[in-house]
Design a protein around this ligand. Sequence first.
Ligand code: ATP
Length: 922
Amino acid sequence: MASSTSMSTSTSKSSQQNLFQVYLRLRPSSGSSTSGGERFLNVEEPEIDNDAPRHITLNPPNDRRRAVEKFAFTQVFEEDATQLDVFHCTGVANLVEGVLAPYGGDGTDALLATLGVTGSGKTHTILGSRTQRGMIQLALDLIFRSLGEDLLDCRSHPTLEKSISNSDPSEAIIIAAPAFIDAVYVDETHTPLLAPTSFKSSFRAPTPVLVGAFPVSPSTPGLDREVDDAHCALPIQGSPKSVRIVSREDSVAPPSPPFIPSKQRRPFPNATGAQPYQRVRGRQSPNKHFMAPTASNSKKATTKTCMQSDSEKPTPAPSSRRLARPSSFPDQPNVSALTVSSDPSSEYAIVVSMYEVYNDRIFDLLTPPTKSSATKEYRRRPLLFKPTENSPDRKVVAGLRKVICGTLQEALMVLEAGLHERRVAGTGSNSVSSRSHGFFCVEVKKRTKTTRRRHDIHWGGSTLTIVDLAGSERARDAKTAGATLAEAGKINESLMYLGQCLQMQSDAIAKEKPNLVPFRQCKLTELLFSNSFPSASSSVSSAARHRNPQKAVMVVTADPVGDYNATSQILRYSALAREVTVPRIPSISQAILSGTAPHQAQRPPSSASSVESPTLQTSSHHHHYNSRRVSPPQLLSSPPMQRSTMAPPGLHSPPADMHRTTMELAALEIARLSEELDYMRQTLEIERSAREVAESHLLSMEDKMIELEQAIREDCTAEFERRLDIEMARWRATMQVEMERGEEHWGRKIEVFERMSGMSNQILIHNDGGESSESEGDLGDEDKENVRVEGDMEEEMERLRRENEVMKRELSCLSPSKRRVQPLGERGVEIEMEMGNPNTNLRVKLEGLRVHDDHDSSMEEQHHHGLYQQGDEKTMTNGGGGGEGGGASRRKVRRLGGKRWNGGIKLDDDVEQLDDDDDDMF
Ligand SMILES: Nc1ncnc2c1ncn2[C@@H]1O[C@H](COP(=O)(O)OP(=O)(O)OP(=O)(O)O)[C@@H](O)[C@H]1O
């Protein structure tokens, strides 16, 4: 009893100081329970009558030698606790009141989260079932009801969207609920009665469909308004009393196994000091939360497509991918009698946002994924949790889509739309298992009422965040593989870090060093813990507003007949205090002392503790670990001899006494070994789960690597294609320049030939003239003239030679590939092909120069055989305008003529030949 009292004291102390109030909720067993094994969790009777139970005992199944552990929580909910019990006793109303800040100021952020092994009832607690609302719906109902007329909405205040957008520090895209709902849901005139078959082709898992009417309670002011609202009014189908949510699977599912109530039922007083309420007895609601998809193994991995991502007004998605408007939501439990205070001098606006942490990255659940142009897959952009310009001292999830909701109905429709985006999958442990940590945020924006309609008044306020954590699971039990196994690895890893933080928070409080909680290890712990500490506004920015540390409530869910190892681990790091009871070994020593076989006298530890034996009582120890870390049992530090002195001396004769002492020592040694074994087992278990985490982490990393590799390959291909285009463009430009240069070059050459051809004509004319003068006998003048022409020719040839040199040098500057000797004809074809112009200037020019084309081949042949004479004569006859040439001048002219015919056939040959010819000529 003493230890129990000390545990209670330490529990209440630590629960006051802890960052989280921690509650434990036991799940009622069902026929689908994964283990179907022995019950290992027992709720301890409260010390004071009518008090709520706070302690739970963990009895290791099938192993009587392992230590019995006792855990303390703020409160323990037994299997028969209802959603309303949890809502009242966890103090959600107080959290909401803190957020509404009735006494002025910005209020206090609040966090409500669930933690537990997969399938233990986290989602059930947060989201409820087909007929029972969860914490989110109840909290929303309370908020809308409490704000009443002070709540603004976008229809009556058209500038609301803009003014909230201006004061939002998180770079969010703010939209009004009607616009969002119109974009996400199909027109109600098209609402199908049953799960629409068109959804089969959609990316989404089929939507659970509601039949029956939405029951409008007169005591639900928020809902009164909603029904009037044409935009969001729900179609009424069927009888008002037949409110039910069905899915295709549900419609054929066998009835749920009967609810097994726990042995004892106690009234649950409100742990937060509120009045105890009347418990609703009876059968639990069917075991299916209302957002459960119909196909258990289908994965809600992706989603609707057509809402625009960046502009403020979403465009409607194609009707085939939009959701059917739900016709009703459950309205039980009823909290219409409950309201909390709000600030009468302020007006409020409710802004809802949703995101999930999947594989340690944050994804908006209200923004549709966009199609990647490279992979043609729908992907969502991960968001950052960071301080922003307008929030330098506090990190916020930047870039979320936030929806301003004027009514409860709108908020519930936004919630449903977001839940459709959340990743769930069927595993061996839970047919609808959350594969991500889901965050649902209700920002209560608040500003002072003014008579003047000023739109620039600053919006303050606080946020209520409700978190449905993914469950820890063992790959072996969950029978997961591939991506789901990798997800499980990430989930387990983040929960391991969360466990470390929860352990450290109490350690830090004990050591009075509050900043030791290592919450920056992963996104989940950062999101959960970073607002739990006093604001650093004063040190960072004087403009920043002071904020209170958030109030946080954690509901740990557990299945008392589920997975012992996974559950015990979660209890160890989440409980406010832990006590380990070492099993006594009375039967062994008693058996030794009485001379009977040990196995005959073995009893379970609970019964063993009642055995009266002064000696054994000394060996019975209760260890209370304030820090809940597993450490070797303290008993190991006591030397056996010391303990032997505990035996009452002088009661026996020396040999008998010695014998008894030996027996006691043996018993102690057995106890020590047993404890050591227990410790080793625990260590082994921790190591094993660490190994599982590491293995799944490895798998997830491998997947990530593959994704990364694919992305890199795509990037490389895109980059390569880009560069190839640039190179092609550059090459085309160079080619163009080269062609122009070549054309210019050939133009110049042709000019030279033309000039030379003109000169040879002049010479021929002159020679013709000379012949006629010769007949007149004026040979002296002719010689003079010849000498003058010859001099001119020499000068001209000298000039040509220089030009030739210049051209040669130019040619030598060209790349070797360009200098390759290539027939002009081929080049011409290439150039034509390249430029797509079959009649280049160059070709035209060359063709223009070509005289007596049909004689080219014979001329060339003659040239090669040195038969200039004959060919030249022909040339002269045609080119020179007739007349018989003679003497030196005639020979020169013939040579020039021969050169002319050979010009322009080959590029480099031609240049060389020109030189040779020049040499020959002079
Ligand atoms: N308190 C409860 N009363 C009735 N049914 C419950 C309760 N808790 C859980 N269940 C049922 O147990 C099943 C599993 O619960 P739930 O999906 O909430 O588990 P979970 O912890 O969220 O699992 P996971 O981590 O895999 O998402 C559901 O069918 C749910 O309806």
